[in-house]
Each structure stands twice: as structure tokens, then as C-alpha cells.
Design a protein around this ligand. Structure first.
Ligand SMILES: Cc1cc2nc3c(=O)[nH]c(=O)nc-3n(C[C@H](O)[C@H](O)[C@H](O)COP(=O)(O)O)c2cc1C
Length: 260
């Protein structure tokens, strides 16, 4: 897959840095009873030194207002905590249902702040804010500063939106609403890591002191080590875990060798 500005081209060439995937699923979820059971099962099986972060997203109702969405975020967060989450990650990189122009919830600061505030007050475990890519370093700074009172940390950048075409230039996904899709995995690393570094610079500047959890295109041990050396508090992987499930094991081995 290649990126040119706002375009991603689906190709079958072997990737140099690990897999990149275009995701066009909408926001599906299993029924609450199913995912709560999953969380409990994960809790039972988790190993020593591991933590379980559960990501939650409120569902906008057809006739619902902002308060209904905030209440649904809160309900999911409470369920996640009750089911055994060590931390709740509030997914704010989802479409803002109340905006006329397309934007994400983290770009609607009053709404994002309200969601985090209510979740923070409603659960006793740490609350993390999942943020998407920012249009400018200033917007990133302002968002992090505004949300800091109600979050223990920021998780960024979970993917970028691109128009996705095949090698002939045709839309890769069927359906008029699916021209754009979320790109995750290896090729997002330059964009994602740049934003993580910007976040770390702002933290150093002293406006707030929250954790910074890096995500986005971390597909090798070297990338994980680099972002941690730069100051990130954690390196999270998703796509790599699907295609290269032993990545974390190799990371641990490399760390152990470095210490020995
Ligand atoms: C198959 C798949 C399913 C995902 N499902 C979710 C999801 O349900 N909710 C969510 O917030 N992020 C979801 N993500 C995004 C990941 O949590 C992660 O933020 C993103 O993939 C970027 O990390 P990566 O570049 O290591 O893949 C999913 C990613 C993949 C690959």
C-alpha cells in the first residue's frame, strides 16, 4: 500500500516494513453481554506484568442528543471497569454525529471534554483518551491541555483516513459511503510517530504531565524501541499482532538481552 497525500492504493506487493491494512467496517460491536464476558475472560488469563486496557465507544442513537451519547460512553466505561479493565480507553477518534462538517469527536472539544469528564467521575480505574491525527501541532497542544484534567494519558494515532483505490484507480470498497477508509499498520508510522513526538515535546514544555501511549504502525521491535526511547510510556500494536503475533515476544527478548 502507498500513500500519496490523501490517497491510499491497495496493492499486492510484499510490504517492506510490515502489513498495512485498509479497514472499512463502520463501528460494529458485539452485544454488551458478549464483550463483557470477553473482558472477564481476558482478565482471568492475563499474565503477570500485563495490563488490560479496554477501549470503549458510545453509540449515537438516531434520535439521541449529546447527553444520550455521553451517557452511553459512561455506561460502556462502567461495564468495562466492572468486567476487569485495569484502564478504560475512551475512543474519541470516532465520527462526531452532531457536526455538519465531517469531523471526529476529539475535534469537538466541548463534547470530548464532557465525555471524558463524565467517564472520569464514573469509574475508579485510570481513564485514557484515544485521539486521532491533528491538523496542526497547535491543535494537538490545545486538545491535550484542555482534556488533561480528566485523563491519565493519551493514546495516539490509531489510524488515518484515506480515499482507497485499487491499482487501476477504482474505489477499492463497494458502496458510495465507503470511498474513504481507515488505514492502519506499517505505512501510518511516519504520520503517527510524528504526532507522538509532538505530544512528547508539548509534555516536556510542561503544560501537563499525562502518559503518552504510542500507537500506529509499530510493526517492528526497532520501531517500538525507538518510540519508547523518545519518551513514549508504552508502544501499542494492532496490525502487527495479526500478521506477526510473536513481535511482542521478540521485543521482550531484545529488552532482556540489552539489560543482561
Ligand atoms: C482488525 C482490527 C480491528 C480493530 N478494531 C478496533 C476497534 O474495534 N476499536 C478501536 O478503537 N480500534 C480498533 N482497531 C484499531 C487499533 O486499535 C489500532 O489503534 C490501529 O490499528 C493502529 O495500530 P496499528 O497501526 O498497530 O494497527 C482495530 C484494528 C484492526 C487491525
Amino acid at each position: 500500500m502507498e500513500h500519496q497525500d490523501q490517497l491510499a492504493v491497495v496493492s499486492r506487493r510484499a510490504p517492506a516494513n510490515g502489513a498495512t491494512v485498509a479497514v472499512s467496517l463502520g463501528e460494529p460491536s458485539m452485544e454488551p453481554d458478549v464483550w463483557r464476558k470477553d473482558v472477564r475472560r481476558a482478565r482471568e488469563r492475563i499474565g503477570e506484568g500485563q495490563i488490560l486496557i479496554v477501549n470503549v465507544l458510545g453509540t449515537p442513537r438516531h434520535d439521541g442528543d449529546a447527553e444520550a451519547l455521553v451517557a452511553d460512553y459512561l455506561l460502556c466505561a462502567v461495564w468495562a471497569a466492572e468486567s476487569g479493565a485495569d484502564a478504560v480507553e475512551v475512543h474519541l477518534a470516532a465520527p462526531d454525529p452532531f457536526s455538519e462538517q465531517p469531523q471526529m469527536i476529539y475535534e469537538n472539544l466541548p463534547l470530548a471534554a464532557q465525555i471524558l469528564y463524565r467517564v472520569r467521575a464514573g469509574v475508579s480505574v485510570p481513564v485514557l483518551a484515544r485521539l486521532g491525527p491533528f491538523k496542526s501541532p497547535r491543535q494537538l497542544h490545545e486538545t491535550a491541555t484542555k482534556l488533561a484534567p480528566w485523563t491519565s494519558g493519551y493514546v495516539l494515532v490509531p489510524g488515518v483516513h484515506r480515499r482507497v483505490v485499487d491499482e487501476k484507480g477504482n474505489a477499492a470498497f463497494e458502496g458510495s459511503t465507503r470511498a474513504r477508509a481507515e488505514i492502519v499498520g506499517a505505512d501510518t508510522f511516519p504520520i503517527a510517530s510524528r504526532q507522538v513526538l509532538e505530544m512528547l515535546v508539548w509534555r516536556k514544555a510542561g503544560a501537563w504531565d499525562r502518559a503518552v501511549l504510542a500507537v500506529g504502525g509499530i510493526t517492528s521491535v526497532e520501531r517500538a524501541q525507538w518510540i519508547l526511547r523518545e519518551g513514549a510510556d508504552a508502544a501499542l500494536v494492532a496490525t502487527a499482532a495479526l500478521f506477526d503475533p510473536l513481535l511482542a515476544v521478540r521485543f521482550r527478548q531484545a529488552q532482556a538481552t540489552a539489560v543482561a
